[in-house]
Design a protein around this ligand. Structure first.
Ligand code: SIN
Length: 493
């Protein structure tokens, strides 16, 4: 049997239950706390501080003081610390994965995948730290020379979601620290423990006092979020989460004109064309839909299948999903873990019942998995989906696969684009010309062709429309934490 509880941690100090401000582990000034639960068993894992505006202001002040010297470190020094942090994550992958599985529910295999993905951002931005430079610009005036250079913006607030609590923190913080910014992290209330473990390792990697601060809260918007958005010492805010909360934060940030990155909700189409290989389509669909039990921003929310292969694809997918084991993420062989919180099961059931009411045919699952002790839902497949249904407009965020039918390429593109958000999309086709045409026509930030995973540290991640703005990862990621200064020199005498 593998590790299954916090007592199995090899490095006990990775389990921290306090906030982290100015290199000290702290309680909330109010003394308030909240509990963190294991969504597979509903047992309490930890009690952590419910921090408020005053705690957040202290964390921001610590980051601001640290910025005064951290901004003068060389890119090489910052790169070395990021590489060390990357190495520490990989060295402690088993412990980090266990903490992640316990608080989020994803399987240990997926959790290890997330730790590796998280570490990859640290390594990537270690490289980018030394390559984010300005340029010498050719100028029309013969008596002038113009050059640009890049400078860190200042204190960066990094707000991570519960679905990828480690990778989303390193994707933001790795870029910020590489650029020379100092940071205040706000993990999601459901999953603070993974972030706190990362603070331990970042400190060990050598980041100076105040460069890293973590404020924990269950209630993002009320106090902590508001302070991060309105405090003038914060110069950059990066948020991954819902479009609804993103709009509130953006409005609150307007008063101090902060630089913003918003990675918000998606409603990704997964389009299978008649010329697709069925096996490729099925495996890609399982990954795109069922990764993290369907709880990713880029999850395939609408599966659009061309009419000639609709039945064949539906049958092959149903057969394959039936084989997948649902259970506690710490158990061997489990492919689909619990959902992270109770509201997720309720929301999925609302979507399933709504689809049934509008003519949807449930061919697999369709109900919560009772008696398992946690927030479990049967993997569900619904055929005959149509645009009247709630799932067409909203993310389901659960292992619910809705199959829509289309006839032509134009119809698929129209269906895919008929949506207020535009994060990711997937297409499965053997035609290279079609893959170009459709990729160019889709109103999204990322397109996957013949695969089910859009995530790679080298690739810019982000959306268009109400999915937000800014890019994380890739060459673009570090630029979000830098400002450009130009220098114009008179060389006439
Ligand atoms: C997300 O769901 O927001 C991120 C997923 C990823 O980076 O793969």
């Amino acid at each position: 049997m593998g590790p299954s509880s916090l007592s199995d941690l090899k490095r006990k100090d990775l389990f921290q239950t306090k906030g982290y401000v100015n290199a000290e582990w702290v309680e909330a000034k109010s003394g308030k706390t909240f509990d963190v639960l294991d969504p597979a068993t509903l047992k309490k894992l930890a009690t952590v501080p419910e921090m408020g505006a005053a705690d957040t202001a202290l964390a921001i002040e610590a980051a601001y003081q640290a910025f005064k010297s951290y901004k003068n470190t060389t890119a090489r020094q910052r790169a070395r610390m990021l590489r060390k942090w990357n190495d520490l994550c990989l060295e402690h992958i088993d412990d980090l994965a266990l903490i992640l599985t316990l608080e989020n529910g994803k399987t240990l295999t997926e959790a290890k995948g997330e730790v590796t993905y998280a570490a990859s951002f640290l390594e990537w931005f270690a490289g980018e730290a030394e390559r984010a430079h300005g340029e010498v610009v050719p100028v029309a005036n013969p008596n002038q020379r113009i050059l640009t250079f890049k400078q860190p913006v200042g204190v960066a607030a990094c707000l991570a979601p519960w679905n990828f609590p480690i990778a989303m923190i390193t994707r933001k913080v790795g870029a910020a620290l590489a650029a020379g910014c100092t940071t205040v992290w706000k993990p999601a209330g459901e999953t603070p423990l993974s972030c706190l473990a990362q603070a331990v390792l970042a400190e060990e990697a050598g980041f100076p006092k105040g460069a890293i601060n973590v404020v924990t809260t269950l209630d993002l918007v009320a106090e902590v979020g508001k302070e991060l958005c309105t405090n003038k010492l914060v110069k950059k805010l990066s948020f991954t989460g819902s479009t609804r909360v993103g709009k509130i934060l953006a409005e609150q940030c307007a008063g101090s004109i902060k630089k913003l990155s918003m990675e918000l909700g998606g409603n990704s189409p997964f389009i299978v064309f008649n010329d697709a290989k069925i096996d490729t389509a099925v495996e890609a669909c399982i990954l795109a839909k069922l990764r993290n039990s369907g709880q990713t921003c880029v999850t395939a929310n609408r599966i659009l299948v061309q009419s000639k292969i609709y039945e064949e694809f539906a049958e092959a997918l149903t057969k394959r999903i039936k084989e997948l084991k649902v259970g506690n993420g710490t158990e061997d062989g489990v492919f689909i873990g619990p959902l992270t919180h109770e509201r997720a099961v309720e929301k999925a059931m609302i979507h399933i019942n709504d689809a049934k009411k509008h003519g949807g045919q449930v061919v697999l699952g369709g109900a919560p998995l009772e008696g398992m002790g946690g927030y479990f839902l049967q993997p569900t497949i619904i055929k005959n989906m149509n645009t009247e249904m709630l799932t067409t407009r909203e993310e389901t965020f659960a292992p619910v696969v809705g199959l829509y039918k289309f006839e032509t390429e134009e119809e698929a593109i129209d269906m895919a684009n008929d949506c207020e958000v535009g994060l990711g999309a997937f297409i499965v086709t053997e035609s290279i010309p079609r893959s170009w045409r459709v990729t160019e026509a889709l109103e999204v930030g990322m397109v996957g062709v013949n695969l089910g995973l859009l995530s790679a540290c080298e690739s810019p991640f982000g959306g268009v429309k109400e999915s937000g703005y800014g890019r994380e990862g890739g060459r673009q990621g570090i630029q979000e934490y830098l400002s450009v200064k130009s220098m114009l020199i008179n060389v006439a005498n």
